[in-house]
Write a protein that binds this ligand. Structure first.
Ligand SMILES: [Fe+2]
Length: 191
């Protein structure tokens, strides 16, 4: 029987002990994976992520750094059992990601700045289809959370429409160091 630790119980510690927050959050994610059907996990993590996003000193300077013009991922935590990974992604002002999908489920939230996320649907059901049609767009601000489904279409594009870098926190299924970019396909917008 797993003891479920609710990270919301740590709200009072957010400002005074940010170093304790990431381990507590990761323990919560591990408990959710151990106790819920996998299909319910991304949404359940999304309920806990705002506590992490409310901590302004959550990341080290290195985890928020940019070394070039492209967006950059930094490891925050890798589950030792390869069940999930927590990454910080830094988005330069104005950047667009490719239209892409993922090999695994994902929950993400904005720590600082703003992100415009556009959701796409594949233009047809063929396995080799690389054309995608935009179906919705959401403007995420600091504190916003979203999640992508397990074993279903999860095509999207991330854009920083602001004038300063944005930082987002992503929780992916699997070990990000072993999965690499965790992108299944790159798509072209189809009008
Ligand atoms: Fe993505």
């Amino acid at each position: 029987m797993h003891e479920v630790i609710d990270i919301n119980d740590l709200k009072g510690a957010v400002s005074s002990e940010p170093a304790a927050l990431i381990p507590a959050f990761c323990k919560t994610v591990g408990n959710l994976l151990a106790t819920l059907p996998l299909e319910e996990v991304p949404a359940a993590i999304a309920e806990h992520l705002p506590v992490l996003l409310s901590c302004p000193d959550l990341l080290t300077p290195e985890q928020q750094s940019l070394s070039g013009d492209d967006y950059e991922k930094h490891e925050v935590f890798l589950c030792p059992h390869d069940e999930f990974s927590v990454l910080a992604v830094v988005w330069p002002a104005g950047i667009h990601s490719p239209i892409h999908d993922h090999q695994t489920w994902c929950t993400f939230g904005v720590l600082s700045g703003e992100i415009q996320e556009t959701i796409y649907e594949a233009a047809d059901g063929a396995p080799d289809c690389r054309d995608a049609c935009a179906s919705s767009s959401t403007h995420h601000v600091a504190g916003s959370v979203a999640h992508m489904p397990v074993n279903a279409s999860n095509i999207h594009c991330m854009h920083n429409p602001g004038t300063t870098p944005a930082v987002s926190i992503h929780i992916y299924g699997g070990n990000a160091a072993k999965l690499g970019a965790n992108v299944d396909k790159i798509y072209t917008a189809w009008a």
